[in-house]
Design a protein around this ligand. Structure first.
Ligand SMILES: Nc1ncnc2c1ncn2[C@@H]1O[C@H](COP(=O)(O)OP(=O)(O)OP(=O)(O)O)[C@@H](O)[C@H]1O
Ligand SMILES: [Mg+2]
Length: 397
């Protein structure tokens, strides 16, 4: 059994789309495939039309049971999606997993134990991870032989990528097994110049650590998800499905890569180079945009073109992008780590959120809380590891 974790702490880069459709493609090729949803957002169930109200027990119950020494069989929670393709759905209570496991020894090995118990039943396990690096993602890493990092080919895709792969490589080193980390270009639109440039940069620096297959932007994939079907069922003739069949073939062919010990280590050096290139590309794009467009005049316009944290008029502006979130908050040492006191406002339908806070000069640590899930600010490159092994974002006023 080969276990592949789909990880990227950046939201909306295509993790769930890759998870669902890669699983479907592997199943179509004759492999017994299990999709495990480790994201409390329950998007796998949504994207596969599994009625949420009928999910009585989820991977949460199985993991909690294992952690507490009262194991429950994972078979009891599985939903069959199509032939050879099953889903272990998540539920919103998974968001509390980290908190509930506090103090429990081996809490990072719960998923590994669960999957070990069914290792003869499946050829492939695909794990869809949440957009954060915490105990859930660490459980996925512990269980994985492979990590696929989907990278959206858009403006901000390379921003923060090096930092997050660095974190990933630190976490991989803490795992006993060798993990093969591969970058996957996703949502690629060949018609945009920026997309082509970013792809060229990624290829230049990652070469063999990157899938040759590219997942193109394809509206059929979006439609399939909104109708609750894998692309193999919704439109088997689509370009989207072809991409996933090719990806499945490439993945099957890279089996031996799992034994390459140097992979994660050598990634690091490449990352520093790509980070510099990313900055260059972004700077180029920004200066081009500025040269072409009228200079921003209003405060709103000034703020429209940035994500992260910025000081303006004696205030700190937090700006972030979460198209699917219902509530975005921030918790930090400036508000006693209480997210209830600092809710973002949704700016527009694109999913941009903003919050303005008056802060005295000093250094602050904070985390974003998106629909109850704590995570690092994906647009702030200043981070440090907190005592729980997670990343706090750092802000200097
Ligand atoms: N290749 C693609 N072509 C077209 N649309 C895509 C593609 N990949 C993803 N999308 C769309 O982009 C949006 C975000 O994708 P997805 O939910 O897979 O991202 P994610 O990384 O799982 O997000 P999250 O971090 O919130 O879990 C969805 O609306 C999805 O349908
Ligand atoms: Mg997702």
């Amino acid at each position: 059994m080969r276990t592949i974790a789909i990880i990227n702490q950046k939201g909306g880069c295509g993790k769930t789309t890759v998870s669902i459709n890669l699983a479907a493609a592997l199943a179509a090729k004759g492999y017994r495939t299990l999709l495990v949803d480790m994201d409390p957002q329950t998007h796998c169930a949504v994207g596969l039309a599994v009625p949420e109200e009928q999910i009585e027990q989820s991977i949460y119950d199985v993991l909690i049971g294992t952690g507490r020494g009262e194991p429950m069989r994972i078979n009891e929670i599985l939903w069959q999606i199509c032939e050879r393709f099953e889903l272990a759905p998540s539920s919103i209570d998974l968001a509390a997993f980290e908190q509930q496991m506090t103090g429990i020894v081996n809490r990072e090995n719960c998923l590994q134990k669960v999957l070990n118990s069914i290792k003869d039943d499946y050829d492939y396990v695909i794990i869809d991870c949440p957009p954060s690096v915490g105990l859930l993602t660490f459980n996925a890493l512990r269980a994985a032989s492979d990590v696929v990092v989907p990278v959206e080919m858009g403006y901000f895709s390379l921003h923060g990528l090096s930092k997050q792969l660095e974190t990933l490589s630190i976490l991989c080193k803490q795992c006993e097994q060798k993990i093969n980390v591969m970058v996957l270009a996703s949502m690629y639109d060949i018609r945009t110049k920026m997309g082509r440039e970013i792809l060229a940069e990624l290829k230049k620096h990652f070469s063999e650590k990157m899938f040759k297959t590219i997942v193109n932007f394809n509206t059929k994939l979006k439609e399939a998800a909104s109708l609750g079907q894998p692309i193999s069922e919704y439109d088997p003739a689509s370009k989207g499905y072809k991409d996933f069949l090719t990806l499945a073939d490439e993945l099957i062919g890279t089996n031996t890569l799992a034994h390459r010990a140097d992979l994660v280590n050598s990634l690091q050096a490449k990352l520093n180079i790509i980070s510099a290139s990313a900055e260059e590309l972004l700077a180029k794009a920004e200066s081009k945009t500025k040269a072409e467009d009228k200079p921003p005049v209003t405060l709103d316009e000034k703020l429209a073109d940035f994500y992260g944290v910025k000081q303006l008029d004696g205030h700190i502006i937090f700006s972030t992008l979460y198209p699917r979130a219902s509530v975005v908050q921030v918790a930090g040492d400036f508000n006693g780590w209480n997210p209830e006191e600092a809710a973002f406002e949704k700016v527009d339908d694109s999913g941009k959120w903003m919050l303005k806070l008056p802060l005295e000069p000093g250094t602050y640590r904070y985390r974003l809380v998106v629909d109850g899930q704590w995570q690092q600010d994906p647009y702030n490159r200043m981070t440090e590891i907190n005592p729980y092994g997670e990343m706090n974002s750092v802000l200097q006023v």
